[in-house]
Ligand binder design. Structure first.
Ligand code: NAD
Length: 465
């Protein structure tokens, strides 16, 4: 067993002791930890930017927008509202139980495990941490071994800034995660692919541990002939080729009527040039594929259709150009699994009915994007399809709206977070009812049951409910 795996039971025990002693419960502790996390992200931003550059060739500006600054924004939002969100919420009491008062209070669940993937290795590890700390929990963070520089930065910096009694980082891969999953947690928050999601869910069953599964899948885009294609193409290209397409909410493929597909492919070619220049390999703003295995998998998709732009690759640099493919058959390799890279197929559909039928024939997507000026099309998309989120006119950006729950449905996940939803995800909502002993209005329903009580039960009681 690896040294990291061997100490996992002790780490879990130590955190539970801290939780049981009440270390994490005071609001002052929670706010202090959020402040410390914010300080870590601002004071040591350069170290995180360097790590992201090493792991994914992520441009530092993009690291600020999508990772470091994103988490800072989440902290500020939660910090601003936490006191109010934590207030007990009054609930009305049915007449038959009056006089009485009912409310709900949020309590921390205990010790939680956060397992993150490699593609946004700062955001996806620390945004759940914000919610877990705000809710007053102790936390184990498991960064992805596939973003090793970021994982090492987390292991180095988190204990320097946060309360070591209540927050721990466990680095490692399958062996360490398997050992973590053997422990009893009060919540497991997993982001990654559905295959491992099933392993996590199965392990959680053992202790009846609630899980949040933030998974992926194919997020479709539908474009009709009512929109400005140049503006549409810029939005899609930005959402798709950010982080070299390795984004869970990236547009996976486009559905478009034949009259739109050709002009849209041309507009996407222009948009790619505007964003990354004539040779994206030279652009400091364009990322690289995380490892050779992913590179091989993605190159197998490049022949899925006719290349409108891109197609170039360089194995030694793990570079794949932003690639747009047209006339892609519905059973092409690029259409058989989540792409998760810079390959964008355009599949021709007859009309909106055909597009909706196609979307519904697959798994429920994490996100669905629609570019149309027609209100009736938007309405039909909302009512006739199911997905974690819908974006009209913009991909990916819904995740930056702290008031929107972020999560999937069906194969794209279960549960959600961000902002207040994170607090609720990592809390138990406890029901509280208080009723004075006098007057004892419940006498009306205590045995022995009389005819009068029976009449009361059949009539008045129901009305009072
Ligand atoms: P990954 O390979 O880094 O795996 C995620 C985590 O699972 C890692 O911490 C890893 O150590 C752990 N893991 C891997 N194999 C395991 C095993 N056998 N047992 C236990 N734990 C194991 O990342 P990934 O899964 O390749 O991430 C990409 C996927 O994640 C895509 O499908 C993407 O869409 C999805 N994703 C979803 C979101 C979201 O917020 N919904 C965000 C990012 C990525």
């Amino acid at each position: 067993m690896s040294p990291d795996a061997a100490v996992i039971p002790q780490t879990a025990d130590a955190l539970r002791t801290a939780f049981d002693r009440g270390v994490t419960k005071p609001l002052s502790w929670r706010l202090g930890q959020l402040d410390a996390l914010r300080r870590m992200l601002t004071e040591r931003a350069a170290e995180f930017e360097d790590a992201l550059l090493a792991d994914l060739a992520k441009n530092p500006t993009e690291s600020q927008i999508a990772e470091i600054g994103f988490v800072v924004g989440e902290i500020d939002h939660v910090r601003r509202h936490l006191r109010r969100w934590l207030r007990p919420r009054r609930v009305s009491v049915p007449g038959a139980l009056l006089p009485a008062r009912a409310s709900t209070v949020l309590e921390p669940v205990g010790v939680v495990l956060v397992i993150a993937p490699w593609n946004y290795p700062v955001q996806l590890l620390l945004a759940p941490l914000v919610g877990a700390l705000a809710a007053g929990n102790a936390v184990v963070l498991k960064p992805s071994e596939l973003a090793p520089a970021t994982s090492a930065a987390m292991a180095r910096l988190v204990p320097e800034y946060l309360d070591r009694r209540a927050v721990a980082v466990v680095e490692g891969g399958v062996e360490e995660t398997t050992a973590l999953l053997a422990e009893r947690w009060d919540h497991i928050f997993y982001t990654g692919n559905g295959r491992v999601g099933r392993i996590v869910a199965a392990a959680a069953v053992e202790h009846l541990t609630p899980v949040t599964l933030e998974l992926g899948g194919k997020s479709p885009v539908y474009v009709d002939d009512s929109v400005d294609l140049a503006a549409t193409a810029r939005r899609i290209a930005w959402g798709k080729f950010m982080n070299a397409g390795q984004t869970c909410v990236a547009p996976d493929y486009i559905l478009a009527p034949r009259s739109v597909a050709g002009p849209l492919a041309a507009a996407l070619t222009d948009a790619v040039r505007d964003l990354y220049g004539a040779d994206p390999a030279q652009s400091p703003d364009y990322g690289r594929i995380v490892n050779d295995r992913q590179f091989e998998r993605l190159t197998g998709m490049l022949g899925s259709g006719t290349t409108a732009t891109g197609g170039e690759r360089d194995a030694s640099a793990r570079y794949i150009a932003p690639t747009v493919l047209v006339d892609v058959p519905r059973d092409a390799p690029a259409m058989s699994e989540e792409i998760f890279g810079p390959v964008l197929p355009i599949v021709t559909v007859d009309d909106l009915d055909d597009a909706i039928r196609f979307i519904r024939s697959g798994d429920k997507p994490l996100a669905l994007y629609v570019f149309t000026e027609r209100a009736a099309v938007k309405r039909r998309i909302l009512t006739e399809t199911s997905s974690g989120a819908v974006g009209f006119g913009v991909p990916a950006a819904h995740l930056a709206v702290a008031g929107l729950p972020f999560g999937g449905v069906g194969e794209s996940g279960a549960g959600a977070y961000h902002g207040e939803r994170s607090l609720r995800t990592f809390s138990h909502e406890k029901a509280v009812l208080s009723k004075a002993l006098k007057p004892d209005t419940l006498q009306l329903i205590y045995p022995p049951y009389t005819e009068a009580k029976d009449r009361f039960a059949r009539g008045l009681l129901r009305k009072l409910g």
